[in-house]
Design a protein around this ligand. Structure first.
Ligand code: GLC
Length: 545
């Protein structure tokens, strides 16, 4: 561990209050010029990430992969895909990050591998009944000739969750057909992942973001589902959120504990209610889980308050921090999402044919207010690359440019997640806005993103970038992440809270709310000398009592 990152004391571990910046490597910065971001591109911009004032970075997958699902289809868990660089590039990135005082969290994908993983290739060759097939979930089909899938489960990307191999057995894939699910009942799989954890821990990573942490374990017998009841959440899923997953995280907790420093795991678990989510963060399991209840809250004061209260209570009851998040590489960017009318159903994306529309000016304003509210809350928080620039979701992307497997698997019915993955604009006047030296970009960037480029925003006090820098600096100085929250009385449509020395007024959709006496430290929109906080605005005020 670099001297710039000290160990902390129990109860005050860094991850309890850290702001963690998510880098989606494909779209962050491209040093090689092929139009896809890479590790040297990230290393070249680590100074800017540190300058933002965050504590850590989480890197979405950069492992060997055919890239059918943006790298969440891993062919080799302990090597870097040549698209992104080499292991030596990773080591340089890690060393520089640590020198800058930034921790590094990497992604772990344990529910499935790529169909190009050596184990899956061996399973195909070895045939039915072989130990090689026991590492995945192969079954005979139903019907006279096994021509029907073993059960009626559907892929989360659309279409059946089973694919047949050369007229023989079928294998399960909760996601794309190129992402076969592992069989976690086989001890070989658990041993394999222990070794993967150790490989990256030995290199010095500070933690793991655990992909589909509520997957892995499937109900015995793989029973059929009632598709309607499952869709409405009226039946327990036989493949997501099963109790058995907790044993895996207890095992990993023990592996992490063998290492010095405060290594951590953050689970991606789309489970409800919050009490169930918090179970992933019991003291002998993971340190964090993304708070997706908060991410899914609409821009509505009572619902936001309920999500905040419920989270603090549920995570507090197991001694864990609440881990706030508004955007990531799977969801509509919150700058757009919170302003969409009508709100689209969660997980369906938004494209040119969607009935949901967002006013661009309101989107920017609301996105900033939402970020300023989140960064005032006690606990840990995630910022997705581009949030700090106020990037909106790219809605008008032509179908032929879209690369998310969801788009193809649903025949375009669901547009997928490309709109939140468009490469970042760094410099207004450079090719591909500075994303790539050649001007190449794996997804098209909207022409009007020059105005949002980082170099345009830097130094402009009214910009979204400077709002984030200020919020992050104050959050650190005032210890807001380790603080506690007390609600204050507020008019309808307004949230008022106190954390340490600051009072936060988040006017969601209320009448202009009175500004408390004190020093205004931050405002997500100009107040123009007024003593009232208008709607879609969050203000931090240093108050004396
Ligand atoms: C997670 C990832 C998502 C990926 C899926 C399958 O939800 O965040 O991007 O497609 O898992 O690995």
């Amino acid at each position: 561990m670099s001297p710039s990152i000290p160990d902390s004391i129990p109860g005050h571990e860094w991850w309890r209050s850290a702001v963690i910046y998510q880098v989606y490597p494909r779209s962050f910065a491209d040093a090689s010029g092929d139009g896809v971001g890479d590790l040297p591109g990230i290393t070249a911009h680590l100074d800017e990430i540190a300058d933002l004032g965050v504590d850590a970075v989480w890197l979405s997958p950069f492992y060997r992969s055919p890239q059918n699902d943006g790298g969440y289809d891993v062919a080799d868990y302990t090597d870097v895909d040549p698209l992104f660089g080499t292991l030596a590039d990773f080591d340089l990135l890690l060393a520089k990050a640590h020198d800058l005082g930034l921790r590094v969290v990497v992604d772990l994908v344990p529910n499935h591998s790529s169909n190009e993983h050596a184990w899956f290739r061996a399973a195909l060759t070895a045939g039915a009944g072989s130990p090689e097939r026991e590492r995945y979930i192969f079954r005979d089909g139903k019907g006279e000739h096994g021509e029907l899938p073993p059960n009626n489960w559907q892929s989360l990307f659309g279409g059946p969750a089973w694919t047949r191999v050369d007229g023989g057995q079928w294998y399960l894939h909760l996601f794309d057909s190129s992402q076969p699910d592992f069989n976690w009942e086989n001890p070989e799989v658990a041993d394999f992942f222990d070794a993967v954890l150790r490989f990256w821990l030995d290199r010095g990573v500070d933690g793991f973001r655990v992909d589909v942490a509520h997957g892995n374990v499937k109900a015995p017998g793989l029973p059929d589902v009632d598709l309607e009841l499952l869709k409405t959440g009226s039946m327990e899923s036989p493949y997501l959120g099963l109790e058995g997953v907790h044993e895996i995280y207890r095992r990993w907790h023990r592996v992490l504990a063998e290492y010095p420093g405060d290594r951590m795991m953050c689970g991606e678990a789309w489970v409800q209610p919050l009490e169930k989510l918090a179970r992933y963060t019991r003291p002998d399991e993971m340190q964090q889980t993304f708070n997706f209840v908060y991410l899914q809250s609409p821009w509505d004061a009572p619902q936001l308050r309920e999500a905040i209260d419920g989270s603090l209570e549920a995570f507090g009851s197991v001694g864990a921090p609440s881990t706030w998040v508004l955007s990531n590489h799977d969801t509509i960017r919150h700058t757009t999402r919170l302003a969409l009318v009508p709100p689209p159903p969660h997980g369906q994306g938004v494209g040119p044919d969607s009935p949901s529309k967002a006013d661009p000016v309101l989107s920017q304003r609301r996105g900033r207010a939402a970020s300023a509210l989140m960064l005032a809350l006690p606990g840990s928080a995630y910022v997705y690359q581009g949030d700090e620039l106020g990037l909106p979701e790219v809605i008008d992307m032509p179908g032929e440019a879209r690369q998310d497997p969801t788009y193809a698997r649903t025949g375009g019915r669901l547009v997928g997640r490309d709109g939140c993955r468009v490469p970042l604009p760094w410099r207004a006047d450079a090719p591909a806005f500075g994303f790539s030296p050649t001007g190449a970009s794996w997804l098209p960037q909207p022409g009007d993103w020059a105005a949002l480029a980082r170099d345009r925003q830097a130094g402009d006090e009214g910009s979204t970038l400077e709002l984030h820098r200020r919020a992050l600096r104050l959050r650190r100085e005032l210890g807001l992440g380790c603080g506690s929250l007390a609600w204050l009385d507020a008019p309808a449509g307004v949230l008022a809270l106190r954390n340490g020395d600051i009072t936060v007024i988040a006017n969601i959709d209320g009448e202009a709310a009175p500004l408390p006496a004190g020093e205004v430290l931050l405002s997500s929109a100009p107040l123009d000398g007024s003593d009232a906080v208008p709607a879609d605005t969050t203000v931090w005020v240093r108050t004396s009592d």
